[in-house]
Design a protein around this ligand. Structure first.
Ligand code: HPA
Length: 271
């Protein structure tokens, strides 16, 4: 695997002649931030050696290198989800490659279901902790010292300085935000009412089908992490007749995108 990470990073470095400092993973319906990247060089996943190929609707699947907020970034437009059938090593492969490209900080975004009864559809939630409810851990198997330690400390995964900076940016720009714990599970089913209650009992504030594997791997290799969820639906809707559909998730995420874009673009300047 190590050889593959390095081989892919070498390919990308040679092709782009660019050394990104910050990685961004764009979640469902949030790919539009990529349009703000200046001097952009985009490479489709299918043209990158060793990369898995994304299949889900709304995830177009490319790496975009360029400048955002004056910083050198590489954005993943489209990610690999466990529910698509990929293993944890495939889901997290791009994050390993980012490490070998020299990325030191990562912004991970997603669309999530709100569990906290105070949350409203369209809210942005800064992730301050997570629960790995996937049946696997992406660090399962042989550990390579070159990547990180065997037993990573997980007490401060979401960088408190980034959270503080994001809170200030949100306040300065009148962007309402929430803060909370993200629980990641496999999907592709959305939760039953009983599962929503279970996750709430666990102490989680939002639930989704991504992020946790990528964040574990990013943290393992020493990256500073900032995570953000767009709450696209809530577990206790005011109108219980409203069902959560993939279209709705995409639409709400699309509406929230300008706020997320402002927050991320401003945050990047101070990362
Ligand atoms: N559950 C899981 N994943 C999701 C949800 C949800 O309610 N909304 C958006 N992604």
């Amino acid at each position: 695997m190590l050889t593959k990470f390095k081989e892919t990073a070498k390919f990308l470095s040679e092709k782009t002649k660019f050394e990104p400092e910050i990685g961004i993973i764009l979640g469902s319906g949030l790919g539009g931030l990529a349009d703000r990247i200046e001097n952009a060089q985009a490479i489709a996943y299918e043209d990158i050696p060793n990369f898995p190929v994304s299949t889900v609707e709304g995830h177009s699947g490319k790496l975009i290198f360029g400048l955002l907020g004056g910083r050198k970034v590489v954005a993943m437009q489209g990610r690999f989800h466990y529910y698509e059938g990929y293993g944890m090593k495939e889901v997290t492969f791009p994050v390993r490659v980012l490490h070998f490209l020299g990325v030191k900080s990562i912004i991970v975004s997603n669309a999530a279901g709100g569990l906290n009864p105070k949350f409203r559809v369209g809210n942005l939630m800064l992730i301050n902790d997570h629960i790995n409810y996937f049946p696997e851990n992406p660090l399962h198997g042989k550990n390579f010292k070159e990547l990180g330690v065997r037993f990573p400390d997980m007490s401060k995964v979401y960088d408190p300085e980034y959270i503080k900076a994001a809170e200030k940016i949100a306040a300065d720009n009148n962007i309402p935000i929430q803060k909370g714990i993200y629980i990641g599970s496999t999907g592709p089913t959305l939760e039953t009412p009983a599962e929503y209650r279970l996750f709430r009992t666990f102490g989680a504030d939002a639930t989704g089908m991504s992020t946790v594997p990528e964040v574990i791997v990013a943290h393992h290799q020493g990256m500073r992490v900032f995570g953000m969820s767009v709450i696209t639906n809530v577990s206790e809707p005011e109108d219980p007749e409203i069902e959560t559909t993939h279209d709705e998730v995409q639409n709400v995420a699309g509406d929230a995108e300008p706020r997320m874009t402002t927050l991320i673009t401003e945050l990047i300047k101070v990362m």
